[in-house]
Design a protein around this ligand. Sequence first.
Ligand SMILES: [Zn+2]
Length: 250
Amino acid sequence: MHITTKALVLRTVDYKESDKILTLFTYEQGKLTASARGCRKKGSAIAAGCQLLAWSEMVLYDFQGRWSVKEAATERLFEGARRDIERLALGCYFAEAAELLAVEGLPNPEMLSLTLNSLHVLDKLPHKPLPLVKAAFEWKAMALAGYEPLLDGCAVCGIAPPQNPRFHLREGVVHCAQCREGVGEGVSMPLSPQALDALAYIIHGDPKRLFSFQLEGEHLKQLADAAEAYLHTQLERGFSTLDYYKSLTL
Ligand SMILES: [Zn+2]
């Protein structure tokens, strides 16, 4: 059986002398694993499309219950992002996070579009602050994976917007600073009203305009710090690609 599908390469592992095992993200099949035979040989026609972060039209065939890449016509390599080490590192983090949050064989077109849009921004919009791009990706990815933060007022007293708002990492809710006792144990992080507005825009706004907001200084820092901490708290793990990105931006 053959299928023709657009695919984003989320992960590559070298295998044998000249092969790779790829983790692909597709609209129709969600996340899937495919082997790419001979793609590390000089002159391989599928080499470009089998790189990490390549977006290609692929022909896959089913060989003994496993997918194998037959053809790969590259459409986007996000070269602008590849030319800058910080952008490339951030793109690799987006791929690692998407790989973790996507479920094998379950279509998740919103998550794929989010990943592609985020790579597009890294590629083509160099004026966008990287902390803003990273925070928007993280919050939106968490929402799409079933961890949507509850932002409709204080989780304890109900007042909207909360007074001196804070975000509770384990519960995924906002609350007033003075309602802290009512939320339970765990860490709460400050989110200024401006940061909270930006978060509501990320979660509830038009996904096509996800990155079309402005936030600076301490407000952006709060949005970004809470995003990363929320991901870490809910998923209970770190990311090697994130560690690498952070080592570059210290
Ligand atoms: Zn309250």
